[in-house]
Design a protein around this ligand. Structure first.
Ligand code: AMP
Ligand code: MG
Length: 474
């Protein structure tokens, strides 16, 4: 039995969603299923075919009340009146050790919010979403995670004809900043309030301290957003489409589209080729996170005074900076907090930028700087003098070198998801070979292990991959 319950969101009025069934595929098959997540959710008694039958709609759970959610949002800075689950469906929810979990389908057919879209997702984009969710989870970054990819023989048109697929994913919530914006801009303050009340009631572990309920509600969202983005910056992750409709109110990374993990350190890195202005460039993410929080604040203005909003928004920068500084200190193997640390970290980033060093590998190999071995990255004169300050700084630490090396290797991944890796797995999957996908899943779910047999995935991307263009089309 799948302990899947109707989602509490279905009890909200019809202003919030449309209840509906969905369209599975005629000839569905399992591309991959997430055994690790099945274990965590306690549903490993269900075999892949049973799950497929449920997610494809072949086997109906009559008690469910599947629905598509309405929302709007700011896309690239412009307000768009109505978005919503154009190809998404909230199937239900289940309880887990870490609270309630949404089960959602992406690519399950048209909904009233599909606009001009076909309601489908392509295999390429669901593989990218699956892989990134697992990669982020393994890096301890809050994220949605996929449970299964269902493949099909159905073709859909994007820039070319592509195979359609369905992603079954989990997230703590699918309520977005844009969910509030929709009701605010439609002059429905009573629904803004109903939605905030719903969130406070549904997610008590997040919003339990609510004394001045709505202020605290907003404060928690701002805190979690700042912290999530600090985690992105620390691992070199570029989301690519930080529109307010892609921002979870619980600070989970989700709606993976044209994301990218930065390779050579470049603050102006833009992973999304459709983002011509570079609005969502790597270095802009912290600022855009704040911009998005203030857009949410505006949508909550019937509940929270401007003054209180301003005071809460002011906490963002400090939380972001402190979290990032803490993460960088760990990456450098430092436990104590010293005033010179910011200069030390910036010094390293400057070297990485001017010498076009691989962000992931430079951090991973820093341990060699501690043991007086030369590191492949840091061998210029300026880099060598940085290593000396790094070693000097370490004399103020108490841990033994061995322990430092272990802890540094636990926070500096050897493996990240480089675009070409996803692309190779996608190309093979489009030819019905899922073995590369399975290998990548092993590598990305163990990013801190040495995995010598997979050494090639720790190397910089091959030359052909430099021109890979990832756009919004999905
Ligand atoms: P995304 O870029 O995936 O966050 O999607 C932005 C909006 O476009 C959301 O409202 C999606 O539901 C909608 N959308 C994206 N692709 C499709 C599609 N193929 N069919 C219908 N709606 C879509
Ligand atoms: Mg989206």
């Amino acid at each position: 039995m799948f302990p899947l319950l109707p989602h509490a969101f279905a009890e909200l009025s019809e202003d919030f969603h449309t209840r509906q069934n969905w369209e599975g595929f005629d000839n569905p098959f399992v591309v991959t299923e997430n055994l690790d997540l099945k274990n965590e959710l306690g549903i490993n008694n269900l075999c892949d075919q049973q799950l497929l039958n449920i997610f494809n709609g072949t086997e109906k759970i009559e008690s469910l009340k599947p629905l598509s959610m309405v929302y709007s949002g700011h896309q690239f800075g412009q307000y768009v009146e109505q978005l919503g689950d154009g190809r998404g469906l909230l199937l239900g929810q289940m309880s887990s050790n870490s609270g309630l979990i949404d089960i959602h389908l992406k690519g399950a057919g048209k909904t009233p919010y599909s606009r001009f879209g076909d309601g489908r997702a392509v295999l390429r984009s669901v593989i990218r979403e699956y892989l990134c969710g697992e990669a982020m989870h393994a890096l301890s970054i809050p994220t949605s995670r996929a449970l299964m990819i269902i493949g099909s023989d159905e073709m859909v048109i994007r820039e070319k004809s592509e195979s359609a697929a369905i992603l079954a994913r989990t997230a703590k919530t699918h309520i977005r900043f844009g969910s509030f914006e929709y009701f605010h801009y439609n002059n429905q303050p009573e629904n803004v309030k109903a939605l905030a009340d719903f969130c406070i009631d549904q997610y008590p572990t997040y919003f339990s301290s609510a004394t001045a309920a709505y202020e605290d509600f907003f404060r928690v969202i701002v805190e979690r957003t700042a912290s999530m983005i600090a985690h992105w910056q620390a691992c070199g992750f570029n989301h690519g489409v930080m529109n307010t409709d892609n921002m979870s109110i619980l600070g989970e990374t989700f709606d993976y589209g044209p994301y990218g993990f930065m390779e050579d350190y470049l603050p102006s890195y833009v992973c999304n080729h459709s983002d011509h202005q570079g609005r969502y460039a790597f270095k802009n993410q912290p600022y855009i996170g704040l911009w998005n929080c203030s857009a949410l604040g505006h949508a909550l203005s019937s509940l929270i005074s401007e003054e209180a909003q301003g005071e809460i928004l002011q906490t963002y920068e400090e939380i972001f900076q402190n979290t990032l500084a803490q993460l960088f200190r760990k990456k450098l193997g430092l436990e104590k907090n010293q005033s010179e640390d910011a200069t030390l970290i910036q010094g390293l980033l400057d070297i990485m930028e001017s010498e076009k060093l691989d962000y992931t590998n430079t951090f991973r190999n820093l341990t060699q700087g501690l043991t007086n071995k030369t590191t492949p990255e840091l061998d210029s004169d300026i880099a060598k003098s940085w290593i000396i300050s790094f070693q000097e700084r370490h004399t103020k630490e108490v841990l033994s070198v061995d322990k430092k090396l272990i802890s540094m290797h636990q926070v500096n991944p050897k493996f990240i998801l480089r675009n070409y890796m996803a692309q190779e797995a996608i190309d093979a999957a489009e030819d019905s070979d899922f073995s590369k996908l399975e290998t990548l899943i092993v590598v990305l779910t163990n990013p801190f292990e040495e995995l010598e047999e997979h050494q090639k995935f720790a190397n910089k991307s091959p030359a052909w991959a430099k021109d890979l263009e990832i756009s919004c089309s999905s």
